[in-house]
Design a binder for this molecule. Structure first.
Ligand SMILES: [Zn+2]
Length: 635
């Protein structure tokens, strides 16, 4: 039985701190999105008409969601527009109140002095937990990026696709925080809230919508591209039905979350029945303190059945599910202390007294006597395969790579983040060898950090040269080749004390693997084993796990290595509506999104998808609701 460590969510950054001898270090994960959801969605409303309170607010209340309302300070109180009391009503309901200038010119950019004056007026009139932190440009024209970012966490434009960009952002937000895209809704925009949310979920990204007034109600000056309220409500209903995947939150909150997530470090150490977590960032500017809560989780290694928590001595909500302890906490908000609430089932709690919330941040009674149970682990970086070239350290079938310069014998090394590497461009039948020094005999479990933009689960296997058997690692679709997740292999590997050659075989094409971690079940095993990678003289007996026939390691037998097709092989189902198609290069980079009516055919889709692409192999993901295919096509 395979166990996915983080199947339902893309996990952001992983940190750990080693405190061997004092307490057991724990890994803390920061959710890519709040609640470890898959995607973020923001709704923004421009201009400040009466319909914001009459129509939008009750609709959002119904689903428990918050939106961003961009106010033109000079229009407050005008005919059909909200007065400050109306704006306060929105703020008191928890919505974000943001700036949309003082004067809203009919065309062109707002006067640059209004960048700060509009913010000042809003902060004077409206109390908000984070103040006025976002600005939506009238007519989508920036009044000056640098000045905007001195005053706001973001500046919002309209559709990026109008100038060739993508309207759906990655998990790291826009490429320019002074040009955050939002999709126009209504008559001159989209009514497909659900479809765009689905795309955001597929990509693990963030989509924002931009709405003026509605087709009904009092809309004052907000009469551009009126939106059908029931179409929007269907979108909110869809989000609610997919609450485990979709995080709906105001723009400013999502922006703070992203910036904090990418700048924070989290460490944890467990002692007895308590875990102390430190969560900090060093973002320093005048715009915001960046204290929006981040979602964190720690593996529930001691099988606590209940837990409670505090941060800086104040209670926080803690929940336990799926083998993890979940909680939200504010960076730089003081030590977080999570305590077991169910001592009867906690095997380690008998040795120490139950900590109280007042002990936050202090060493806990019993911490010096807690047992260290960390078994030996070996982390193998996948880019550090054995030297010696093709047939010795690896078998590379396609010669593709990112040309990172990390290795001369480059068998497909790709970057991970800014300073990490992984193997990518993998094809079924390829393999990589690693020379590993094990400190003791034992059965070793396998955890891998991997990514695949394939639509379905993609497999590789780990084996030890000259030892029968292998551990299959199934990597669920992570949405793209740059979104990594940790997965556990099924079964264990036998390693012998001393040198072993560990082999990673690609069973199904296009999985990126960052590292694998082998952990011994032998508690006596010292934890100082190291992989011997670069410069080693290990060799691989390529016959032992049969890299020419990866299907032999695949008990399900159903997944033959994927062929590369020509356009004529794109299969056309009984699709309905529009057929959407995303085109990726072999790095997993989304190149374009196109759609054709289902009444057309595969040739029409291919013509649209392939237009402007140079010769090469591409991954097409196409289909419509509930019927998505992936196929590699050579142009
Ligand atoms: Zn406007």
């Amino acid at each position: 039985m395979k166990k996915n460590l983080s199947f339902v969510m893309a996990v952001g950054w992983v940190f750990s701190l080693s405190l061997a001898g004092l307490a057991e270090a724990q890994t803390v994960e920061i959710g890519t999105w709040a609640g470890f959801r898959t995607a973020a969605v923001s709704f923004t409303f421009d201009d400040g008409p009466q319909s914001d309170v009459d129509i939008a607010m009750p609709m959002f209340e119904k689903y428990g969601y918050k939106a961003t309302f961009n106010i033109v300070t000079g229009w407050v109180g005008a005919q059909g527009m909200l007065g400050w009391d109306g704006v306060k009503t929105l703020a008191n309901a928890g919505h974000e109140i943001a700036s949309h200038s003082d004067s809203h010119p009919q065309s062109g950019a707002m006067p640059s002095k209004e960048i700060s004056t509009s913010k000042g007026k809003i902060n004077q009139n409206i109390q908000q937990p984070y103040g006025c932190v976002t600005l939506a440009y009238p007519n989508c024209n920036t009044p000056g990026d640098a000045q905007v970012l001195q005053n706001y966490v973001l500046g919002r434009i309209c559709n990026a696709s109008w100038s060739g960009g993508s309207d759906i952002m990655s998990k790291n937000g826009p490429s320019n925080w002074a040009a955050v895209p939002a999709m126009m809704t209504g008559g001159n925009g989209t009514s497909d809230f659900k479809g765009n949310m689905q795309t955001a979920v597929q990509q693990g990204g963030w989509v924002a919508f931009l709405t003026h007034g509605f087709t009904t109600g009092t809309n004052g000056y907000a009469n551009y591209s009126p939106t059908n309220a029931s179409a929007m409500e269907e979108g909110l209903l869809y989000a609610k039905q997919n609450d485990s995947k979709i995080w709906v939150a105001p723009m400013g909150h999502v922006a703070m979350y992203i910036k904090e997530r990418n700048a924070s470090t989290a460490t944890a150490s467990t002692s007895g029945s308590s875990i102390t977590v430190k969560l900090t960032h060093t973002i320093a500017n005048d715009v915001s303190k960046y204290e929006y809560p981040l979602s964190l989780r720690i593996k529930n290694d001691n099988n606590w059945t209940a837990a409670s928590g505090t941060q800086g001595g104040k209670a926080i909500t803690v929940s336990i599910k799926d083998g993890y302890i979940y909680f939200d906490a504010v960076p730089n908000g003081g030590d977080i202390v999570i305590s077991s609430g169910g001592s009867s089932t906690n095997p380690s709690s008998s040795a120490s007294t139950q900590p109280t919330s007042s002990s936050a941040g202090q060493p806990l009674p019993g911490s010096s006597t807690s047992t260290i149970t960390s078994a030996a682990s070996i982390t193998i970086e996948m880019e550090d395969y054995i030297q010696g070239g093709e047939g010795i350290g690896y078998s590379d079938l396609n010669g593709e790579s990112d040309n990172t310069g990390y290795r001369i014998d480059d068998a497909g090394v790709v970057k991970v983040g800014t300073d990490g590497y992984a193997i990518g461009y993998t094809m079924a039948g390829e393999w990589f060898g690693y020379s590993v020094e094990a400190a003791c005999d034992g059965q070793y479990s396998v955890v891998a950090r991997a990514a695949t933009g394939n639509a379905s689960t993609t497999r590789f296997s780990v084996s030890v040269d000259n030892v029968a058997g292998s551990v299959a690692v199934d990597v669920p679709s992570t949405g793209d080749w740059n979104t990594y997740t940790e997965v556990e292999g099924s079964g264990t590997l036998k390693l012998s004390k001393g040198k072993n050659v560990v082999k990673v075989s690609i069973d199904q094409s296009y999985v990126n693997v960052d590292w694998i971690k082998l952990t011994s079940d032998n508690a006596q095993c010292p934890s100082n084993v190291t992989p011997q990678s670069s410069g080693s003289n290990g060799t691989i007996n390529s016959a032992s796990s049969n890299p020419q026939n990866p299907g032999a390691n695949n008990p399900s037998g159903g997944d033959a290595p994927e062929a590369i097709y020509t356009a004529g092989d794109i299969r056309w189902n009984a699709f309905s509506g529009n057929v959407y198609c995303q085109v990726f290069d072999m790095k997993g980079q989304l190149l374009k999104s196109v759609s054709v009516p289902a009444s057309q055919n595969a040739t029409a889709l291919w013509n649209s998808a392939s237009a402007g692409l140079s010769k090469g192999v591409y991954l097409l993901r196409y289909g419509n609701r509930g019927s998505i295919r992936s196929v590699q096509v050579r142009k």
